[in-house]
Design a protein around this ligand. Structure first.
Ligand SMILES: Nc1nc2c(ncn2[C@@H]2O[C@H](COP(=O)(O)OP(=O)(O)OP(=O)(O)O)[C@@H](O)[C@H]2O)c(=O)[nH]1
Ligand SMILES: [Mg+2]
Length: 394
């Protein structure tokens, strides 16, 4: 008996729907869309996975973290910020975020640095944002001033070229001074003489997650030198001679290279070949240093001292726009044991336009796994996949 046409169509539709259903259930696994989806070597953004606290010994705020002399558990560490008086609004906002999520429990001191004296307003408003100790420090002019060997005319000419290449802040001399100070001078300030660890905080950054352990003690107990949250590509036009200068330095000082270095991360040319080419052999991958939790012993080591002096003499802090981020990152990647570099995946963080936002009930105000809230092309600036591939996620 022939089956009526509408029944046949319905039957086919039902079979089609059933196949579609089976494909959805048993087909290739699907994950929520995250930054990693479009990136080779990182099938899935790890920030989409549930994140807890790091494993191992953690110190809680239950005892020894009171104010002043009660803080017997605190180690010699400080929250550290280079900031201008006029940035006080953004600074107070960043402080409030970090105090709420972490420091109100541990009461580590804040140390503010400025090339000009801090205003009364800056002091009054920042004091009101924390119950911990605060130090206000002036940067000595010999640390801030443009070095004698930098030629002003050449600086002006170079900054025009950088500007043509869309390098932000290229003709702002103070930006170059800031990058140089953050690269190789901050830890030489007399106020930090007895301080070993710091957590760098910039105005306007955000912190999203409650962190309930002493991160500085974590660094010590787990033998870490450097902690980061975000790992990016840099603009090659800001650093064309940084890698060539680095290789020159290495030829003269091969003894500084650590056997367990992160050179494959620094020199990768597979993922963004153009970047590597324009930066003359450097992938441009770097830890985004507006967030850093680090041990200054590394910056104070002979290897880093020699490296910084070499770069400083080469002039690229002014004639190009070498940032402290690539400079710190190259040094860490070459001279440090890469297992001593830690991804603080549990610290929710934002400096416009990038995030580190873990999937955790301890976090509020950011979207887990979201790398940027800016234009979608910014996604390709993410260099975490290479760090995870070549070094790991610890
Ligand atoms: N005291 C002082 N601080 C500065 C100066 N220039 C920059 N800074 C600080 O150095 C840090 C980095 O400067 P930013 O202007 O944030 O540079 P950036 O992060 O590359 O740029 P943005 O994307 O605009 O935030 C911030 O903490 C600033 O407050 C300066 O001339 N004097
Ligand atoms: Mg900034």
């Amino acid at each position: 008996m022939a089956i009526a046409r509408p029944i046949r169509v319905l039957g086919l539709l039902a079979i089609g729907l059933w196949v579609f259903f089976l494909y959805q259930v048993f087909g290739p696994e699907k994950y929520p869309k995250g930054p990693g989806d479009s990136i080779k070597n990182m099938d899935r953004d790890p920030n989409l996975d549930i994140t807890g606290e790091p494993e191992g010994l953690l110190y809680r705020a239950d005892k020894g973290y009171g104010l002043g002399a009660e803080g017997t558990m605190r180690i010699n560490a400080t929250l550290l910020s280079l900031v201008r008086n006029e940035e006080v609004d953004g600074m107070v906002q960043a402080m409030e975020d970090l105090e709420r999520t972490w420091n109100s429990k541990f009461n580590y001191p804040w140390t503010f640095f400025n090339d000009k004296p801090f205003s009364d307003e800056f002091k009054r408003r920042t004091r009101a944002a924390t119950k911990a100790e605060i130090h206000y420090e002036l940067i000595p002019s010999e640390h801030w001033d443009v070095p004698s060997w930098i030629d002003d005319e050449l600086f002006n000419e170079s900054s025009e070229i950088l500007k043509e290449n869309d390098i932000q802040y290229a003709n702002l001399k103070s930006y170059h001074q800031m990058c140089r100070w953050n690269s190789g001078l901050f830890y030489k300030h007399p106020a930090l003489k007895d301080t070993q660890f710091y957590w760098r905080v910039e105005p306007k950054v955000h912190f999203f997650c409650d962190v309930d352990y002493d991160v500085f003690r974590y660094m010590v107990d787990h033998n870490k030198t450097y902690g980061f949250t975000i790992n990016l590509y840099d603009a090659p036009a800001s650093i064309p001679s940084l890698w060539p200068e680095t290789t020159k330095f290495l030829a003269a000082h091969p003894e500084h290279i650590h056997p367990n270095n992160a050179l494959p991360w620094l020199s990768d040319s597979a993922r963004r070949p153009e970047h590597n080419m324009k930066a003359n052999g450097y992938s441009t991958c770097h830890f985004w240093s507006n967030f850093e939790i680090a041990d200054m012993s590394f910056w104070r080591s002979q290897a880093y001292e020699d490296y910084f002096n070499h770069l400083d003499r080469a002039g690229g802090f002014f004639y190009e726009r070498w940032g402290d981020a690539p400079v710190h990152s190259i040094a860490l990647g070459l001279f440090e044991d890469s297992s001593k570099i830690h991804w603080f995946r549990d610290i929710g963080y934002q400096h416009i336009p990038y995030f580190n936002c873990p999937n955790s009930p301890k976090c509020k105000g950011c979207m887990a796994g979201r790398f940027t809230d800016g234009e979608s092309w910014l996604m390709k600036e993410d260099c975490r996949p290479n760090w995870f591939k070549f070094v790991g996620m610890d």
